[in-house]
Design a binder for this molecule. Structure first.
Ligand code: SAH
Ligand code: SF4
Length: 376
């Protein structure tokens, strides 16, 4: 079983070379891709327009396998989250957030995270491992299946796409996507591929804590929408909140953002800013933030901190968050405050994640999971 080639691990190039290896022409790879990603097929026998001999070959040498779902929770507001088994006691989550005009899937790229931001319990838990392409793309594949995206798909491989509940993907789950660059890049390529999910670059967002050289690589390889987790308006404070800042300080990060913009599919970068009471939420810091990001076309997304036990941090009150947002907005920068979604399954899911982790002696509940639930 373990030698089977998982087709969810392959982007178009990989699928083409696998097909070439099986003596199949290039268009077979595209057909196969449509079956897997647009019809959600995992049974080669159902791929009726492929030659029987090719189907038999596929059944022998390949598989279509996403991570196993440990728990599946639906919120009253339509938010849905899947806790996924990624082996050896590790679990990650994917979250679907429906809105009037779009449906967003938030995906994870690593089990744990090595960046170790002070306000993030994923970071506190340390780094476990990078997810593979099939574990990242598999989140989209299985969410589409669970959401009934494929139920209206016509059986013929050439048929058009079925109803699409997921219109947007954000890489804002567990992990730092740019520290798992190869798998993130291949996953992006699958998501954008017209023979797979066909998402537009504008509708796929990578969120990063600021891995400067990899922002440049992403610009060259696959410039999708970019969100940068800023959280502080100066190096002294950011060093303490996002330790990666010591390696890539703000001036370098802003320069990378300026280089990214001409290639970006949107004409702005989103700066995420977790609001921490008494730490980064003063009027003066809002003004300093404007100065620090001056010259970078941007929007601000303020994220009220989700507390977790032992963090020693707190969420500012609503009035403070509004005052901070108003200073940014009054300066002419579009500023949104992220609102919580999926409240009713929020705590339960965080606890479920905790349960699984407890088995591997990583005890704390993960607030990133609650962050995942929040609308962009
Ligand atoms: N590693 C990437 C993407 C995953 S984190 C990054 O840091 O950008 C996604 C977002 O959740 C980040 O903006 C992060 O700062 C935020 N986040 C993490 N812990 C949080 C918490 N306890 N409360 C609110 N937001 C949090
Ligand atoms: Fe990693 Fe992002 Fe959490 Fe920082 S905020 S520890 S980069 S997942």
């Amino acid at each position: 079983m373990s030698q089977l080639l998982n087709l969810l691990d392959l982007d178009a190039t990989g699928l083409a070379s696998a097909c070439a290896g099986w003596g199949e022409r290039a268009f077979r790879a595209r057909q196969l891709s449509r079956w897997v990603h647009q019809h959600g097929a995992d049974d080669f026998d159902a791929m009726t327009d492929l030659a029987k001999s090719f189907r038999a070959r596929l059944a022998q040498s390949a598989t279509v396998r996403a991570p196993a779902v440990i728990r599946d929770h639906s919120s009253r507001d339509g938010t849905r989250k899947w806790l996924l088994d990624v082996g050896v006691g590790n679990a990650v989550e994917a979250v679907f957030i429906p809105e009037a005009d779009r449906g967003t899937l938030c995906v994870s790229t690593q089990a744990g995270c090595a960046v170790n931001c002070r306000f993030c319990s994923t970071g506190k838990q340390g780094f476990s491992r990078n997810l593979s392409v099939s574990e990242i793309v598999g989140q989209l594949w299985l969410a589409n299946r669970a959401l009934g995206a494929y139920s209206q798909a016509a059986p013929g491989a050439a048929a058009g796409r079925a109803r699409r509940p997921i219109t947007n993907v954000v890489f804002m789950g567990m992990g730092e996507p740019l520290q798992n660059y190869a798998a993130t890049l291949a996953s992006l390529r699958v998501m954008l591929d017209d023979n797979a999910y066909g998402l537009s670059r504008r509708r796929v967002t990578v969120s990063t804590s600021g891995v400067v050289p990899m922002i440049d690589r992403l610009r060259e390889d696959c410039p999708v929408a970019l969100a940068v987790s800023l959280h502080a308006p100066n190096d002294a404070l950011r060093d303490t909140l996002v330790p990666l800042n010591r390696k890539y300080p703000l001036a370098e990060l802003m320069a990378a953002c300026r280089r990214y913009l001409p290639a970006a599919p949107r004409d702005f970068i989103t700066f995420e800013y977790v609001m921490l009471a008494g730490i980064n939420d003063s009027d003066a810091q809002a003004r300093e933030l404007l100065a620090c990001t001056d010259g970078v076309a941007c929007k601000f997304n303020l994220i009220p901190f989700n507390p977790f036990p032992g963090s020693g941090l707190a969420r500012p009150d609503d009035a403070r968050i509004s005052a901070f947002a108003r200073i940014l907005g009054d300066a002419g920068v579009v500023t949104t405050v992220r609102c919580t979604r999926g409240d009713d399954i929020d705590a339960a899911c965080g606890q479920l994640a905790g349960e699984v982790r407890d088995r591997t002696r990583v005890a704390q509940r993960d607030p990133a999971f609650t962050t995942l639930l929040e609308a962009r």
